[in-house]
Design a protein. Structure first.
Lengths: 159, 284
């Protein structure tokens, strides 16, 4: 076992883990943060995307021990209390999901995209979400949801 | 999927890392982990120990060096893409900005990709075209490996047992040189089925020098020396490029698979060689 200390959604956790524990399993099973999903388990689908030290990563292809000392944000850490993040609101308003399985990863990838490019074109949104697969929506409403969030965040920032 | 059990260590220095590597012949170095961890999850690899290089500061960062650039082995694709020191190496940025997806580019490293030597990785073609040098350290000391000697075969490089890549040096581009990388990506994985990087130097309206690197098509990345010879001395026009690449795939060891058979892939070597050269010259 290896002792790791990881800050998740602003709270510090110290736990003993087997080195082979994947970050996604650490989040789900050790910390009971089940918003992060295991989809393909082969780093293709993006259902497991979280932010680690400010950038989006696939937590099924990251060991928990690699996150020792890091700051991790999961979908649970995105809202501000009861106030939804603009992306969460966008997926709600624009119906950017059907079954919802891909949604947490989709939102975390979109959050990384908007951080680097606050005003993306539809093409840039699609390109930015290339590491996330959705088998329900056909992506149209996901793109609209991200555009909604970008517009809202830009309006708020302009105020 | 969970890997087999292994020990984990984060050495703070290269010396410590080399000692750990020497002490356990089944240990593996961990960089970004985006080739190694999937392999371990599938239990195609079961190292006894992972030696994570992330805490060794000297492996990180990009610096300008003697007119060229030195890329620390642990530099991620995303860091390389954003690096001011690498801006002039357009072929490299072409590759580092399209490898995998955003999340892969945030974790995957240049040194890791080089050490893995995946026959369908993008960077080997680019490094061949740019004439890079791979700097390594081992128990016998440091040495510099010319890129032309680095890729030995399928997943095999010139790295000796116990050696660690510390950095990759890119030489200064000669005046009039422009570069590009283009690939025919596997529609599912995004890996190169055929990827070609071109570095072309124009002087007085003629191609005075060029290096063309190919990846994805065969068991390991290689230069297209026949194309280089045919292109050098030409005027770099579309017609001269077409003529230079006409038989680009001849005599190469080409692998076919369900996505692209051997003959088709061989034909695509010409197509993508032409596109890469045209794209490079268009940037001049």
């Amino acid at each position: 076992m290896t002792t790791i200390t990881v800050t998740v959604n602003g709270k510090s956790y110290t736990r003993d883990v087997e080195p082979r524990t994947l970050l996604v399993h650490f989040l789900r099973e050790n910390l009971s943060l089940t918003g992060t999903h295991v989809g393909c388990d082969t780093s293709q689908c993006g259902a497991c995307v979280v932010h680690m030290d400010g950038v989006s990563v696939k937590s099924c292809t990251t060991l928990a021990v690699q996150a020792d000392g890091a700051s991790v944000t999961t979908i649970e850490g995105l809202a501000n209390g009861t106030e939804l993040h603009a992306l969460q609101e966008g997926f709600w308003e624009k119906h950017g999901l059907q079954c919802g399985y891909c949604t947490p990863g989709m939102i975390m990838s979109a959050a990384d995209l908007l951080k680097n490019n606050p005003n993306p074109t539809d093409d840039e949104i699609r390109h930015g979400l290339e590491g996330n697969l959705c088998r329900c929506t056909g992506y149209e409403n996901i793109v609209r949801a991200v555009r909604y969030a970008a517009e809202k965040m830009n309006t708020v920032n302009a105020d | 999927m969970i890997p087999s059990a292994f020990e984990y260590a984060t050495p703070a220095t290269l010396n410590e890392a080399m000692a750990m590597l020497a002490a356990d012949e089944d240990a593996k170095l961990l960089a970004g982990g985006h080739s190694l961890l999937p392999t371990m999850k599938l239990r195609l690899a079961a190292p006894t120990k992972l030696i994570d290089l992330r805490k060794i500061g000297e492996l990180r960062g990009v610096s300008a060096s003697g007119g060229g650039a030195r890329i620390g082995a642990m530099t991620t694709y995303a860091e390389a893409t954003a690096s001011a020191a690498l801006k002039g190496y357009a072929a490299l940025i072409d590759a580092t900005s399209i490898i995998g997806d955003t999340q892969v580019r945030n974790r995957g490293t240049i040194g890791g990709a080089m050490a893995h030597g995946d026959p369908a990785a993008d960077l080997p073609a680019v490094m061949l075209a740019l004439g890079a040098t791979v700097n390594v350290i081992g128990s016998a000391g440091s040495r510099a490996i010319a890129i032309d000697d680095f890729f030995v075969g399928m997943l095999t490089t010139a790295l000796e047992e116990g050696e660690i890549i510390t950095s990759i040096d890119l030489p200064a581009l000669a005046a009039g040189t422009s570069t590009a990388y283009v690939k025919f990506a596997n529609p599912a994985s995004g890996y190169a089925m055929v990827g070609v990087a071109a570095s072309v130097t124009m002087s007085g309206g003629k191609v005075s020098a060029c290096r063309i690197g190919l990846t994805g098509a065969g068991p390991s990345a290689t230069r297209l020396e026949g194309v280089e010879q045919a292109l050098t001395g030409s005027d770099g026009s579309e017609a001269s490029i077409a003529s230079a690449v006409a038989n680009a795939g001849d005599g190469l060891d080409i692998l076919g698979d369900i996505h692209a058979g051997e003959d088709y892939r061989r034909a695509m070597v010409s197509v993508y060689a032409k596109r890469a050269i045209v794209a490079a010259i268009a940037r001049a």
